[in-house]
Design a protein around this ligand. Sequence first.
Ligand code: PLP
Length: 453
Amino acid sequence: MNGDGGTANDRAVARARAVLPGGVDSPVRAFGSVGGLPRTIASARGAYVTDVDGIEYVDLVGSWGPALLGHAHPEVVEAVREAAGRGLSFGAPTEGEAELAELVIDRLTITARRGATLRPIEKMRFVSTGTEATMTAIRLARGATGRDLLIKFAGHYHGHSDGLLAESGSGVATLGLPGSAGVPEPIAAQTLVLPYNELDAVRLAFAAHPGRIAAIITEAAGANAGILTPRPGFNAALTALAHEEGALLILDEVLTGFRVGPAGWWGVENIHNNAEPWAPDLFTFGKVIGGGMPLAGLGGRAELMDLLAPLGPVYQAGTLSGNPLAVAAGIATLRLADAAAYHRVDVAAERVSDAVDAALAAAGVPHVISYAGSLFSTAFRAEPVRDYDDARAQDAFRYPPFFHALLDAGVAPPPSVFEAWFLSAAHDDAALSRIEEALPAAAEAAARATPAA
Ligand code: PLP
């Protein structure tokens, strides 16, 4: 592809590849694991994205999570426009930051089944990316405990900071990498990577490093190596174990928070089941909380959060942290994300996952669909997927032809078998019907696929 002629997208990709590594600012966008050229997007509205050739796709990526309400929701766009009219960034406090913190705290104040009121977040700190949120939560946990080591789970992704890339999900999984070059060994050695959903491995790690583990960080539900649903009771037991050992539990809800329900995956576990209520020490959020703008945050009990500068000794700062446009988008999004919106997302996700299941079954393709609320993913294997090893042990070669058949039919699923599919409240009957119509041919393409020689 020399970019001399062809389509507007051909030219856009060639132009970008000349000046941006891989033509992108984030690796999975490059279509490396599915082949072909990424579509260069010109605009998006509701359930659709439109590329530079004017071709419209039903979008199942949703900006990798933020677009819960669909793209460019008029009230969110208006909130941003209105905020922009008052100035883009002040480097000083704004009223919106406190309003957004209050909204988050209220949403995370729940009545659990046994009548207990849980209010695990008393204070928030806003940052610009999920990476910063988890990085700061880990620094805070180390500062609070005076310990160094961190437990993370294989296949979980917590952003791209140095200590968190070992056996990571998302793009690291998509590209089949063990981690990243450029991470000094002494830093990587501070992270203990354990198999997901196995409490015994966690117990052994605490026994092997007594008094040295500051925190466990876990995705509330694994969603970056396909969906890795936590076993029932796993998160609660993990929290109890951390506390017994004097460590903190960081629940990473960057992807699941405000997406799988009003109080994220933690809310799903605590509101909708009969088990003993539990709460992590720190939550991290991103994606939906910023409604498509660069906003993320962390929250927890006041005594912990107040260890952050300027009150405490744990330093954290950001020129654009709590940016007023991003905060305005976040407030508008959370206000619009009501029970009816979540219901629409749930219904849409069920319809699409059912259709994927039916099409693959009809084509005789071994597959299993994993769920975390409205998030789902398909693995090309017959057995359930519990951890990263399971996720990797699948006929991943079936995904590229499946993906491209859908793309050719005007449906854009995530360009990696390791990513979740994201529905929105804007996926209406017309959008869902287009997906349903495209799936049988895509499943046939998956059935015909053979492993690369
Ligand atoms: N944590 C989780 C669970 C994520 O899914 C992601 C991004 O996909 C991050 C952290 C990092 O967020 P960001 O890409 O905003 O840095």
